[in-house]
Design a protein around this ligand. Structure first.
Ligand code: SF4
Length: 300
């Protein structure tokens, strides 16, 4: 199984696991499961058709005003539900590839925002990441940088004062992370997020709705309240993509919409993320909450 989909878990995240419970939400996210290679399950390697919108290796340019740079395919932990599992065996991008990305952005004046992602960009040596961010920042038409990283969740001690000092030089810089379970909201994770926020780097959360992890009202509400307590804005809740090897995590769309409907009606708006389906085939994000509310009010 791990020949198909490798695994890595940080000691910190491993310690959050309750070892007696095979349905533990922490365990589900990090320990390989035989269902990942079950024949009968659906899913494709590239559910969002990202490969189609890559003008050069590792750079996704789908929307005119922004692009996403996969600066590495390495992660400190391989989340079993990841929609980029197809890259896990490829490792870090060569420096020449990073230079080609910078050249492309510099030659494309319509790009005002660059999302630095992966893999996990915070697995890069700090000097390499700093060089990449600095090169992007020196391009006049790049107004905003964004980092996508799960490090605050799986290895929060990596958010050191020195890393934060480096990152703050490249503001406006936004930081997106992915807490999926309230059990991930530890004092260490809170400190990591607080360091970023204190440095003027807003932190937002993009959860994935995962069966057995956060698909009940009580758990989702606890997660959203907890995020607000640590100054992290719930931004998106994604329906789990139909990626090969993650079918067992997928939650029925109607169930997800009902769940978020209940959350919206009982929870402060600041806590409520936008529930979206990233439409397979690269057709973009479709909000699901609004449709649910409309349907409900028309039928009432
Ligand atoms: S950290 Fe992100 S890219 Fe890496 S395995 Fe987890 S979800 Fe995928």
């Amino acid at each position: 199984m791990i020949r198909n989909f490798p695994f890595a878990i940080t000691p910190y995240y491993f310690c959050l696991m309750k070892d007696s419970d095979i349905e533990d939400p922490i365990r589900l996210q990090c320990v390989p499961d035989p269902r990942e290679i079950a024949f009968s399950l659906g899913g494709v390697d590239d559910p969002l058709a990202e490969d189609r919108d890559m003008p050069l290796p590792g750079l996704i340019h789908r929307y005119a005003d922004r692009c996403l740079a996969m600066v590495t395919h390495t992660c400190t932990m391989y989340c079993r539900h990841c929609n980029r599992k197809r890259f896990w065996k490829e490792g870090a991008a060569a420096k020449s590839r990073l230079s080609a990305m910078i050249d492309y952005v510099a030659a494309t004046p319509g790009i005002r925002e660059v999302i630095v992602s992966g893999g996990d960009p915070l697995t890069l040596p700090e000097t390499v990441l700093e060089g990449f961010l600095g090169a992007l920042r020196s391009i006049p038409h790049v107004e905003v940088l964004r980092i996508g990283s799960r490090i605050p969740v799986v290895l929060p001690m990596r958010i050191t004062p020195s890393l934060v000092r480096m990152l703050r030089k490249h503001r406006p810089l936004w930081f997106n992370t992915q807490f999926n379970s309230p059990r991930e909201l530890t004092p260490e994770a809170a400190l990591a997020c607080q360091r970023l926020v204190d440095a003027g780097i807003p932190v937002s959360n993009q959860s994935v709705l995962l069966r057995g992890v956060n698909d009940t009202y009580e758990t989702m509400r606890e997660l959203l309240y907890g995020l607000q307590r640590i100054s992290v804005r719930p931004y998106y809740l994604f329906s789990c993509d139909p990626v090969r090897g993650a079918d067992h995590f997928r939650v029925d769309l109607w169930k997800g919409m009902e769940l978020m409907e209940r959350i919206s009606r009982s929870t402060s708006g600041l806590c409520v993320p936008l529930f979206v389906l990233d439409v397979p085939g690269g057709k973009g994000k479709m909000p699901l909450q609004t449709f649910s509310l409309l349907t409900d009010s028309f039928l009432a």
